[in-house]
Design a protein around this ligand. Structure first.
Ligand code: NAG
Ligand code: NAG
Ligand code: NAG
Length: 551
């Protein structure tokens, strides 16, 4: 941790200790080895990416404000990075583990992430961010528990289970998928859906006791499909969404879009039998589905799986949008701190800027590309955060992506798109989707209030539909086909933050950019120094490390 406690940061920590009379927050250490290995999600061997021999990778358990020191050894034959979905990494975008902020870990080398889960609770996951590694594994759950004296708005469950669900390719290796995209093709549709790394006929069973209540944390770690999650004959009480305690409503099934995480409580109140837990693709002509077994401990009866009803596409959309709007913050419950989540009145803050972000798909030089506001992101030769830190010119231009979509027919251009924004600005972001697919967007470093979503084109009048009272605060939102979603975000976290499509082929082919949240002050109160162990690469390779405070 020496690298964390360099002069300046140490001073800030001392000040923190003095002003809040807290002991230093606890540390947790992890040593992870990333390798290829055979996995058998469908009984036949496939090349997977394992962490410490596991697929999915080990689950991280942490408590609010813990410092996680994760030494990642890359034993693959290609560069590797992990990113921490939903962890806000306050003042510390260097640790984000995406190529715009962090140099890849070269094959045979290691990098030690030092991340703090500051002022956070909830259910998240980590995943490999480079290439199409996500199609081979390398992901795992991450739960951030409340500190002992902070009230949680429901009794302790009898058990707490993580479900990582996602679509999956069996016929194509992750390198083949990448090669397809590099050659300018689209990907074929995924072949299967997995629950915790297991597919149809190979799923596992979970034993529960009748009368008890369990917490299920469900994350969609897949590549493109929205998934519906249900437990036959059981209702789910929604309690948490990506770190926000929600109004506790009952649902018979939940739509979970790529990159999203939900927690539900399930009471085992049915006759002693086995029940299917069913995960199925949404909004697709051909349904992929997988089930695993919920086994009551005294059950003698063998599993009878009920048929899965297939709704029509239009019905699914209306149903889904209605469900999305019903998910709200419990204003009186505590979040990571003892004060109620509703004490921050986001609806009363003046918007300082509105972004309208519209995706498009186009061929550029006969290769498939995807864009936001007409700009398709291409990586620079140097992580943008490092270029910023060392003041290396010519790597990117702030303002290389407009705030609003260009005129129709403007085409798509390739650029290293970076949008500038002021620290402390309060943004309204409208995701406008004119395409016919469901999309999912994620912003690193933040959570945002999902204030509204509806069919059609957003206009100023759409603001009348906003929920300015108890919208849910989260880091990933869906945008329905030919629809819009509006979010508010308070830019209180200086850094270089990735805003991307969670549809993995799309982000790989350019549907992403970086939001450079900038403070002219350059103070370690707003942003930490580059970690001492930071890997250097590209045009930052031979640079003299700056160890003192920047001016
Ligand atoms: C790599 O791991 C070693 C211990 O195995 C550690 O001392 C070193 O700091 C790590 N390197 C980086 C860049 O984190
Ligand atoms: C909200 O949280 C409070 C306080 O923890 C709890 O008593 C209440 O039942 C919750 N309300 C709903 C609607 O979930
Ligand atoms: C269901 O029956 C089969 C064979 O009759 C048995 O192998 C299996 O363990 C049973 N499953 C459960 C969950 O009891």
């Amino acid at each position: 941790m020496e690298w964390l406690l360099n002069g300046g940061v140490c001073m800030v920590m001392m000040m923190t200790i003095i002003s809040f009379v807290h002991a230093e927050d606890p540390y947790r250490f992890f040593d992870w080895r990333v390798t290829y290995g055979n996995i058998y999600p469908l009984g036949i061997p496939q090349r997977g990416i394992l962490i410490n021999g596991q697929f999915p990778g080990p689950e991280i358990y942490s408590v609010t404000n813990n410092n996680l020191i994760i030494n990642v050894h890359n034993d693959l034959d290609e560069p590797f990075l992990l990113s921490w979905n939903g962890v806000q990494l306050r003042k510390n975008s260097y640790q984000d583990g995406v190529y715009g902020t962090t140099c890849p870990i070269p094959p045979g080398k290691n990098y030690t992430y030092a991340i703090q889960v500051k002022d956070q609770i909830g259910s998240f996951f980590y995943f490999p961010s480079l290439a199409l590694h996500k199609a081979a594994g390398g992901f795992g759950g991450h739960r951030i528990l409340s500190r002992p004296r902070i009230p949680v708005p429901f009794p302790d469950p009898a058990g707490d289970f993580t479900f990582l669900i996602g679509d999956w390719y069996t016929k194509h290796d992750h390198k083949t998928l990448k090669a397809l995209l590099d050659r300018g093709h689209k990907l074929p549709l995924p072949d299967e859906v997995l629950i915790n790394g297991r597919g149809v006929s190979f799923s596992s069973s979970l034993t529960v006791h009748r009368g008890k209540t369990y917490r299920f944390r469900i994350s969609n770690v897949g590549l493109q499909h929205s998934l519906n999650f249900k437990i036959l004959d059981h209702e789910m009480k929604l309690v948490e969404v990506e770190g926000t305690h929600t109004v506790q409503s009952m649902y018979t099934s939940l739509d979970i879009h790529v990159g999203q995480s939900y927690s539900v409580l399930v009471t085992m109140d049915q006759p002693e039998k086995d029940y299917s837990i069913v995960v199925a693709t949404r909004f697709t002509a051909k349904k992929l589905l997988v089930s695993s077994t919920l086994h009551y401990s005294n059950s003698r009866q063998n599993l009878s799986s009920a048929p899965i009803s297939d709704g029509q596409l239009a019905d699914e959309l209306d149903w889904s949008i209605k469900q999305a709007r019903s998910i709200r913050t419990n204003l009186t419950a505590s979040g990571p701190r003892p004060n109620p989540q509703g004490s921050y009145h986001y609806g009363r803050i003046k918007i300082s800027r509105t972004l309208i972000l519209e995706s498009s798909a186009a061929l550029v030089k006969r290769k498939q590309r995807y864009a936001i506001n007409g700009v398709s992101f291409v990586h620079a030769d140097t992580p943008l955060k490092l270029a910023d830190y060392f003041k290396i010119g010519g790597v990117f231009k702030v303002g290389s992506i407009p705030d609003k979509p260009r005129r129709i027919g403007g085409g798509v251009k390739l650029d290293t798109s970076v949008m500038g924004a002021h620290h402390r600005a309060f943004l309204e972001i409208v995701f406008q989707n004119r395409e016919k697919i469901v999309q999912s967007y994620h912003l690193d470093g933040y959570s945002f209030w999902v204030v509204g979503m509806d069919r059609g084109t957003w206009s100023h009048a759409s603001r009348r539909e906003y929920n300015l009272r108890d919208a849910v605060s989260r880091s990933t939102t869906q945008v329905y086909p030919e629809s819009w979603t509006a979010v508010y975000v308070a830019l209180d976290n200086v850094g270089m933050w990735n805003l991307r499509s969670e549809f993995w082929a799309r982000q790989y082919l350019g549907q992403q950019f970086y939001l450079r949240v900038y403070s002219p002050v350059h103070s370690i109160r707003d942003e930490y120094l580059l970690p001492k162990n930071a890997l250097l690469c590209g045009r930052a390779s031979n640079i003299q490390r700056i160890t003192s405070l920047r001016s």
